[in-house]
Design a binder for this molecule. Structure first.
Ligand code: ZN
Length: 416
């Protein structure tokens, strides 16, 4: 087999495309494969498929292909153009690459595999690409994958905020709760941060959303109300977010009580913050011993903690009716506790109760989103923090978006 035939097979070229010449540069370790077509060949108009004669050829273009025995391999051709009476002059579709790409489909597929497995810096080194080329390749893969999803929306979504940098920079994350994928990343955590996600879909798609898990955050609530038909029956205030508000209230009680005790020289609560926030099952023996003592002492913090523990029961009921009965008892207890932060959080939840109880219809939580958060943290760590928010978004979609990242002609075929 001569090298021309070998490269025709390696490139998977089919008629009318053929390898015309292979130039090997041993000193520079490069293989240049020149591809062309017979004269008189007819090509389809990319718009309508009509077969037409060649109008002219563009200047030579070059695509990076899979290396041949560690030699950088490039494919060269002058792309033909056709002149369609209806659609005008267009370049014909080339089977080995996507329009606008500087890589062949097979190279792109390999690059995606490597980028999924390594950080960008290492992947770029393995693939002998520059850092910018690697990012560009990821960005194209993400764009392609997101475009392929069309206008289908998830049935159950989770909305969450995420701090991405130390300077309180926030992003809004929308997750598909069934697929455990990141569907959308919006700047900031304002109403428009979430509205922008919904606006990308027609109303019929938004109507099909069945349930939304979120925190009691007014900006998100009004984005859902304005954009999702029937949102009031679909929103579920996530139990983990709710409990976080209650935990914060317990901590507020502790801070105030500790301050008051210290004024009398009482150090009972010194260095106890962690004890009130930790599940006793996860404590060391020594910590648990001290916590048992604190719990039985007559402390305001102890009462606040007991209230918090009791509230967890709410989600164990089978029906909204029973949960409502429990809630009324808990609410009475909390609002008569004479602990201002607990009264405040009880009233906050009471004001949102309707969409706390929708849990018993939809039974969703943001637990999936929490899992994704740790995956995102890994992605973030890999790229040392992402000072560029656009890179952060691309990386999260690339690794957590559940997208088909591959060019269409090699989709579902694994590069071996
Ligand atoms: Zn045409």
């Amino acid at each position: 087999m001569d090298s021309v035939e070998l490269y025709r097979q390696l490139l998977g070229l089919t008629a009318p495309w053929k390898v015309e010449r292979v130039d090997l540069d041993v000193a520079r370790q490069r293989v240049e494969v020149h591809v062309g077509h017979p004269t008189g060949q007819r090509f389809a108009c990319p718009e309508c498929g009509r077969e037409l004669g060649v109008y002219d050829h563009l200047a030579e273009r070059v695509w990076r292909h899979l290396d041949s025995c560690q030699f950088l391999t490039h494919l060269h051709t002058r792309p033909p153009r056709v002149s369609c009476p209806e659609h005008g002059v267009h370049q014909v579709a080339l089977p080995w690459a996507q329009g606008g790409s500087r890589f062949t489909n097979l190279f792109e597929a390999l690059a995606i595999e490597v980028l999924l497995a390594a950080n960008v810096k290492n992947a770029a080194a393995i693939l002998r690409l520059s850092w910018d080329e690697a990012w560009h390749l990821m960005e194209r893969a993400v764009k392609r994958g997101r475009a392929a999803k069309g206008s289908t929306m998830p049935r159950q979504i989770g909305v969450d905020e995420k701090a991405i940098a130390k300077r309180h920079r926030y992003m809004t994350l929308v997750c598909d709760l069934e697929e455990a994928t990141v569907e959308y990343i919006g700047e900031d955590r304002k109403e428009k941060s979430l509205t922008a996600y919904f606006d990308a879909f027609p109303k019929e798609s938004r109507e099909r959303i069945e349930a939304i898990s979120l925190d009691m955050w007014p900006a998100y609530i009004s984005a859902c109300r304005n954009k999702v038909p029937g949102a009031d029956d679909k929103m579920v205030f996530d139990r983990f977010h709710l409990m976080r508000h209650v935990i914060d209230a317990v901590d507020e009680v502790r801070k105030r009580e500790h301050k008051a005790l210290l004024e009398d020289g009482d150090t009972t609560l010194t260095k106890s913050k962690y004890l009130w926030l930790t599940n006793p099952e996860n404590m060391t023996d020594k910590a648990r011993e001290r916590f048992e003592e604190l719990k039985t002492a007559e402390l305001k913090t102890g009462r606040a903690w007991a209230l918090k523990e009791a509230l967890r029961e709410l989600w164990s009921y089978q029906s909204a009716a029973w949960a409502t009965k429990f809630w009324k008892r808990w609410y009475f207890w909390a609002t008569h506790s004479r602990l201002a932060p607990m009264i405040k959080v009880a009233k906050l939840i009471a004001g949102h109760l309707r969409n706390v109880l929708t849990y018993f219809t939809h039974r969703i939580t943001n637990a999936v989103a929490e899992g994704l958060n740790s995956k995102i943290a890994t992605v973030q760590k890999r790229a040392c923090g992402y000072r560029n928010p656009n890179h952060f978004k691309i990386a999260v979609y690339f690794h957590c978006g559940g997208l088909n990242l591959y060019p269409s002609s090699v989709a579902h075929t694994k590069v071996g």
